[in-house]
Design a protein around this ligand. Sequence first.
Ligand code: FMN
Length: 332
Amino acid sequence: MKLPYGHASAPALILAPMAGVSESPFRQICRGFGADVVVSEFISSVGVSLGIERVLADMRFEPVERPIGIQLYGADPAVMARAAALVTELFAPDFVDINFGCPVKKVVRNNGGSGCLKDLGLVQDIVRAVAGATHLPVTAKVRSGWDELHRDPVTIGLRCQDAGARALTLHPRTRTQMYTGDADWDEIARLVEALEIPVIGNGDVTTPEDVVAMHNHTRCAAVMIARGAFGNPWLFRQARALLTGGLRPVDPTPAERFEVALAHARLALRLQGNTRRTAIEFRKHLGWYTKGLPGAAELRQRLFAIESMAEAERIFAAYLEDRTPAMASAAR
Ligand SMILES: Cc1cc2nc3c(=O)[nH]c(=O)nc-3n(C[C@H](O)[C@H](O)[C@H](O)COP(=O)(O)O)c2cc1C
């Protein structure tokens, strides 16, 4: 089944929820490069239901980001329901996503994220409670199971569908695998066969060719990209071109990379505060935007020491002057 977003004859492209990465500035950049849908980083249902200001701030988004899903995690169906109702009332996103995939110890210790996968009755209770608390579509994002012994994505998917999920994302690894081994795309294909709701494939998609390969392998309704989008929003545009039978647009030049990195940085300063902290938290993005460039190691060493975005601007300008004098003067 198709998602109500994206293109008629090709899968939708979704920027994955990523804590500390899929924040409003990066979501806006990826929408600009052709991501059809974006999802917030995971948000604590307990934090929302207590009205904690920092947690509420993490959910803010701009109209240009739509369609956007806000992702909630938690192990208490009543708290999840209250959080979903509040999110609907305060932020009115396009859908609410439930996180059943997070492998982080702090989260699973309280049975949140992939911790829920140990008890599929609880998974159903949570989906049902959330779907009953909002008029918005409710979706779920799951791993293949808690461990190899309990690996059964089709049963997990059917239980979510029965409880009212309107789409399901599968990252086909177990919790115990964390990020080791390969994502098992065969499991996504089996889920597409088994479910009536749209299935979103996720895992190990890092190039535009991977997007096409995942779609051909699984016939999923959408492809969700996480790590492959680090410093690489161009991936969405390149993948869309391949999916619609076009040629792969060329990779961005260093000057184009820096331009987008700085546009992203300006959004971060505007939305997250023009502070030293924003600049320090942004260092990781600068490192990703410069990955693979000639002299990247030295460049990244300098970028990882910045305390203001103005420093990053100077470092980029100096790089272009040193390495590509013609390009730098053309850009002036
Ligand atoms: C830095 C980071 C943060 C993540 N945060 C979340 C999150 O908040 N919610 C979630 O459902 N998945 C989260 N994930 C998992 C990704 O959404 C995705 O399922 C996983 O990385 C596999 O996709 P990939 O191979 O395209 O990276 C995170 C992954 C990374 C690398």
